[in-house]
Design a protein around this ligand. Structure first.
Ligand code: PDD
Length: 279
């Protein structure tokens, strides 16, 4: 559920009073970027990392960052409820232009919107989910957290229509990530995740998992995973800020190992839950 108060261009407003012009380039072109930042009992998780990624996304689409990290923290904090697990959705578009023209308008002020929602309970987080592999039909800037998500939406919808909670995407025979998540596989006892680059979003949850694996002597590497290798994985997980670490127990209608969350997931998930509480 979205909290009743949202932030829009310097003001805190009731949700139904927050309005944006139809000439906003976010509405007309999807010309904007966003962040999703989890907050546990009012504490923004890995806030600095999310702000670094926000900066990288803004740089990629050539919008100047309107605020310092301290200012962002001051803007977002009042939206949070300290008694709950929630997430902030923050969106910045290029702003409202006088006419619809693909090229950047001159002298435009970015539109800044933020809202806070409860993290909905998700049974797949512990029970595991079904996933389906689909061709990655997205563009070459998947490292940018762009609001332009039509390909991701169509892919996730196709997965849902096949009774699956996520689509695992494959480009030129290699697995990239999920429609709204990063991907991990356990291959011959080693935790493997595709490398950063333009084919995937550099997930913050992904970074945390790699750090925790290193600290707890879980063998891991960043490397390419072919679709054929994925089919031999003893464990597959998809990860994101809102769903955390989700085991895939059925892939393309076939069980992954015995069709239950595996031992490496049990271990990393326990470590992640502890880390989340302490940070
Ligand atoms: N999506 N890859 C894609 C394509 C994603 O959309 C997401 C997250 C991730 C995981 O990133 P992180 O661990 O930083 O959440 C990877 C968010 C949650 C969303 O669009 O709602």
């Amino acid at each position: 559920m979205v909290a009743k108060t949202v932030y829009l261009n310097g003001e805190y407003l009731p949700l139904d009073e927050a309005k944006v012009s139809v000439l906003d380039r976010g509405f007309l072109f999807g010309d904007g970027i966003y962040e999703v930042i989890p907050a546990y009992c009012g504490h923004l998780f890995r806030f600095h990392d999310h702000i670094v990624r926000l900066q990288n996304s803004l740089d990629s689409i050539r919008i100047q960052n309107p605020h310092s990290p301290e200012q962002w923290l001051a803007i977002l904090s009042p939206l949070l409820d300290t008694s709950k697990d929630q997430y902030i959705y923050l969106q910045i578009t290029r702003g409202v232009a006088p006419t619809r023209d693909h090229a950047f308008p001159k002298l435009v002020t970015p539109t800044i919107f933020a809202m806070c929602s409860d993290i909905a309970p998700f049974s797949g987080r512990t029970e595991g989910i079904k996933a389906v592999t689909l061709d990655d039909s997205r563009w070459d800037l998947c490292n940018v957290k762009a609001t332009t998500l039509l390909a991701n939406i169509l892919l996730r919808q196709r997965a849902e229509e096949q009774g699956c909670a996520e689509a695992i995407l494959v480009k030129n025979g290699l697995v990239t990530e999920g429609a709204a998540s990063n991907l991990f596989a356990v291959l011959d006892g080693v935790l493997v995740t595709p490398p950063k680059g333009s084919a995937i979003l550099p997930g913050i949850t992904r970074d945390v998992i790699l750090e925790l694996a290193a600290q707890h002597d879980v063998p891991f590497r960043e490397g390419n995973i072919s679709l054929a290798e994925l089919k031999t994985a003893s464990e597959i997980w998809v990860t994101s800020s809102t769903r955390e670490i989700v085991p895939v127990v059925i892939l393309d209608n076939q069980p992954v190992s015995d069709g239950r969350p595996g031992p490496v997931w049990q271990s990393i998930n326990r470590i992640f839950q502890e880390y989340k509480k302490l940070s």
